[in-house]
Write a protein that binds this ligand. Structure first.
Ligand code: GLC
Length: 535
């Protein structure tokens, strides 16, 4: 394995300050998503926190990531585990305080790791002082005009929009008006046509940028703008269902959202070297491209890998469309295999040994692609989803769907660090906020560090190569002929990646093997594996 070399632009960073500005460090960066509740618990209450993250920065540096995305750690009643923000310019006591955040930032920077944080513009918590004031002030008030309060249609809500978490997107308040919440009732949507709302967002951005953060992940970046008059969504002709996240979904991807992104960008431009990535659940290439125009976001997640099955037929178009979406924009592609909202890919790919083997190959696929990469905490360990008992479930989806959908907790179980349980070094308490299963001793960071064939060793080797090997240069991708059920491509500076999703071993292409997800003997790449080669 080649030595890990820090890129010059992260050398000699002043402690506490941002690493020396490099306008486009994010173009090929590996971001590591820290789901704060589940990464590491530093104070023994069973919930991850900022001290926990700080204590594990060494792991992240050794892993070789360039930047963190830390999910919301702001004061919150936790109706949606932090995505219901009561005060966007402070730290939730469960997670720490501002001094602890500053210390984390300084230490990460000293290690050459950039820090990006979640920005949640679309909605606040119902505990936010603005929403409390809106409830108190009554219909027609300036306080209500920061949110989307409307009169109903008789006893019916103002329109037929559903909440993403189940049930209607409207809740009625005692004086008879209704307010819009695209997510949980505890997450009222803000009205971005109100100048106070965008001004407050800018203040939040400056608050954190002045402290030294390197950028933001924008939550629901395709939300924020709502169509004039909040018209009904029209059921689709073929199914009679509402067009969830499609072109007919009036809750998302309205043209007015781009004005918000231009404002976000103009703040970022005042802080050289900072960036934003949007959570944009928009599948049309041309519509997605609009979010990464020159004066909008630097990156937009492309979720096509996250939603594609393990087959060449699904993955090749996922890659082609992701590249096509950014082809005529200044942005590189931005690849995601797993996150805190979706089943983990080990499980999606079949679970068990099969899921792990495929996940190893998928890691090499993701890390060979040109552009930015997001790794979700635990991907590097091969964490699977966990079957949790009903009584452990906490995601609002579970209750709001009337127990029809289990929600997202299965992929949010804490990261195992060491030992044999019950909390595997995640916490000094055995009672973790979601229970950790028995039998995870072999999955821990500690156990995997000692095993050169572990998932973690594969990630370390892959990230080191990606960082230092010349073959990874250039943002183009040339498809190469490949056997049935396989994908093969070449990067401009020579990296060749072959992924075998067929049921049989296939011949290795010409070249020197840099890294493989499974042993490659006798010139063959086994089924469900991937290899990197160079000339
Ligand atoms: C985003 C987050 C998700 C959250 C939702 C509402 O989709 O990733 O976790 O529930 O926004 O803020």
């Amino acid at each position: 394995m080649p030595p890990v070399e820090r890129r010059p632009d992260t050398d000699d960073s002043p402690a506490g300050g941002r690493p020396a500005p490099s306008a486009d460090w994010w173009r090929d960066a590996v971001f590591y998503q820290v789901y704060v509740r589940s990464f590491a618990d530093g104070n023994g209450d069973g919930v991850g926190d900022l001290i926990g993250i700080r204590s594990r920065l060494g792991h992240l540096a050794e892993l070789g990531v360039d930047a963190l995305w830390i999910t919301p750690f702001y004061p919150s009643p936790m109706a949606d585990h932090g995505y219901d923000v009561a005060d966007p310019r402070d730290v939730e006591p469960v997670f720490g305080d501002l001094a602890e955040f500053d210390a984390l930032l300084a230490e990460a920077h000293a290690l050459g790791i950039r820090v990006t944080i979640d920005l949640v513009p679309n909605h606040t918590s119902d505990h936010h002082e603005w929403f409390q004031a809106a409830l108190a002030a009554g219909p027609g008030s300036a306080e209500r005009a920061r949110y989307l309060f409307r009169d109903g249609r008789g006893a019916e809500p103002p329109n037929n929009w559903p909440s993403v978490f189940g049930g209607p997107a409207w809740t009625r308040v005692p004086d008879g008006q209704w307010y819009l919440h695209i997510f949980a009732p505890e997450q009222p949507d803000l009205d971005f046509t109100n100048p106070e709302v965008i001004a407050d967002l800018e203040e939040t951005m400056r608050f954190w940028l002045d402290r030294g953060v390197d950028g933001f992940r924008i939550d629901v970046a395709h939300g924020m703008a709502k169509p004039d008059g909040l018209p009904d969504m029209v059921p689709m002709e073929d199914t009679g269902l509402l067009d969830d996240h499609g072109p007919g979904d009036k809750r998302f991807d309205q043209d007015g959202v781009h004005a918000v992104h231009r404002r976000i960008r103009s703040v970022l431009d005042q802080y050289p070297g900072t960036m934003a990535v949007g959570e944009v659940w928009v599948s049309d290439d041309a519509r997605l491209a609009q979010y990464v125009r020159e004066d909008e976001l630097q990156l937009a997640f492309n979720f096509k890998l996250l939603t594609a099955d393990w087959s060449a037929e699904a993955l090749r178009p996922a890659i082609t469309h992701s590249l096509a979406a950014v082809a005529r924009t200044p942005a590189p592609a931005c690849w995601v295999l797993s996150n805190h909202d979706r089943p983990r890919h080990v499980t999606r790919y079949g679970g068990g040994e099969l899921g792990l083997r495929r996940a190893r190959a998928a890691a090499l696929l993701q890390l060979a692609l040109p552009g930015a990469v997001y790794v979700y905490n635990g991907d590097e360990l091969g964490m699977p989803d966990v079957d949790l008992p009903d009584e452990a479930l906490q995601d609002p989806i579970w209750e709001r769907s009337g127990h029809a959908e289990r929600g997202r907790d299965a992929g949010r179980v804490p990261v195992p660090w060491s030992g044999t349980g019950p909390s595997y070094g995640f916490s000094s308490s055995p009672a973790t906020w979601l229970p950790m299963p028995e039998g995870w001793g072999g999955l821990t960071v500690e156990a995997q560090a000692a095993d050169p064939s572990s998932m973690q060793s594969l990630y370390r080797a892959a990230l080191a190569l990606r960082r230092s090997a010349k073959a990874f240069g250039g943002e183009e991708l040339e498809w190469l002929p490949a056997p049935d059920g396989c994908l093969a491509f070449r990067r401009p500076d020579g990296l060749v990646c072959l992924v075998n999703m067929s049921a049989a071993a296939v011949p290795l292409p010409e070249g020197r093997v840099l890294l493989a997800s499974a042993p490659v003997g006798e010139g063959l790449l086994p089924a469900d594996s991937a290899v990197w080669l160079t000339a």
